[in-house]
Design a protein around this ligand. Sequence first.
Ligand code: GDP
Length: 138
Amino acid sequence: MIERTLAIIKPDACRKNYLGLILARYEKEGFRICAGKMQWLSQRQAEGFYHVHRERPFFSSLTRFMSSGPVLTLVLEKENAIADHRTLMGATDPQKAEGGTLRKLYGGSIEENAVHGSDSPETARFEIAYFFPSVEIF
Ligand code: GDP
C-alpha cells in the first residue's frame, strides 16, 4: 500500500551539512518527497510533537535539542513508506544501527541521531498534520 510518513532531518544533521546527502538517499531508495519545509521549532512546538515521550527522563533534553537550530521536515511517500523509512534510519542509538543506515552514517549520539521517522500509520497521520496543512502536500 502506498503510504506517507513524516521525516525530520534533525538540527545536528542540518548543522553538519548532511541535508543533500540525506535527501539524495531518500530519492535513491524510492521515496517521493511530497512536502518539505525548513523551520526552527520553538521548544513548545517540539514538546507538542514529542508529547508521547513527556514522561521519559530525556524529554526536556530532547526538546531542547530539537529546538536548537533549524530542521527540515518532510513528507515522504512510497509503498510501505513507514516501515521502510524506519529500516533506512536504523536503530535509535547510532552505535547500534546497521551499517549504511542514516543514523549509522550521520548520527552522533542516541539523542543527536540525525533523523526522525513516524513509527505507525496513526503516528504518521498526527505528525504530518502537525507540520503540514493538506494544501502543502503535493
Ligand atoms: P525513535 O523512534 O528511534 O526516534 O526513538 P524514540 O521514539 O524512542 O525516541 C525519540 C527520540 O528521543 C530519539 O530519536 C532520540 O532523539 C531521543 N532519545 C531516545 N532515547 C533516548 C535516550 O535514552 N536518551 C536521550 N538523551 N535521548 C533519547
